[in-house]
Design a protein around this ligand. Structure first.
Ligand SMILES: [Zn+2]
Length: 236
């Protein structure tokens, strides 16, 4: 019964085929351990997600590959850890950020003759936008806050009047807003990347308390000074 069930799954690629492709990629990469992205860049006909599905996880696939290669007397070398300290990564990012005048794009980064590759940042921080945010927060000395992040004591009257909504802006949205605004204040243009002492906030243009949503269109990046100016105006 089980065999029959397996046979009906026409999309299932046999494990030995997957292993053969893993071996082929390992050889193409000089027998240095590789990640899913590296696999997809080198493999043909099989995707990293198929490998994960076949073995249960990427590390299990690597473990099987390692012992299969070992049987042939080949050692799969461990990947070298990034030789750069976080300080060094941030210094280089700041140098090129200043040179370009704003958050560098991939092309701008590569044209700036960097000492550290774009991919090193992507790997170290798990993405370019995340690398930029880590850098900005490093310069600010604190995480970027949204205007809805402050702890509020629930007020009985408003609690009843306002339908239950999450005050917290989803991480993905935070990343998208800051990337769109180039990690600088949309009013004065200053950024912690290039201006000492600037602190950025995420601001709801229509305040959350007045029904404003976490929609990208309702969110913007503001520095603390401009944000304060805005609240003063609102208070008048
Ligand atoms: Zn500003």
């Amino acid at each position: 019964m089980r065999l029959e069930f397996e046979r009906t799954r026409i999309d299932k690629i046999p494990q030995d085929r997957v292993l053969a492709e893993l071996k082929r990629v390992a050889e193409a990469r000089d027998f240095v351990e590789f990640g899913k992205r590296d696999f997809d860049a080198t493999a043909t006909g099989i995707s990293a997600s198929t490998v994960v599905r076949t073995y249960g996880s990427w590390s299990k696939a690597m473990k099987s590959l390692r012992s299969a290669l070992q049987e042939n007397g080949v050692t799969l070398k461990r990947r070298k850890r990034s030789p750069f300290t976080e300080e060094r990564l941030f210094d280089e990012l700041e140098r090129i950020w200043r040179q370009v005048g704003h958050r560098p794009s991939r092309n701008e980064w590569e044209a700036a003759e960097p000492c550290i590759s774009y991919n090193t940042y992507k790997r170290h921080f798990n993405g370019w936008v995340k690398a930029c945010i880590a850098f900005i927060e490093h310069k600010m000395g604190a995480p970027i806050q949204a205007d809805t992040d402050e702890v509020v004591i629930p007020d009985e009257a408003t609690a009843v009047a306002i339908p239950k909504r999450s005050r917290s802006i989803p991480l993905r949205t935070r990343l998208d807003v800051m990337a769109r605004d180039y990690f600088r204040c949309v009013l004065c243009g200053r950024s912690p990347a290039t201006d000492v002492g600037v602190v950025l906030h995420l601001d709801h243009m229509t305040p959350f308390s007045k029904g404003g949503t976490h929609d990208l269109k309702n969110l913007r990046t503001l520095c603390a000074d401009c944000n304060l100016g805005k609240s003063n105006r609102d208070d008048v």
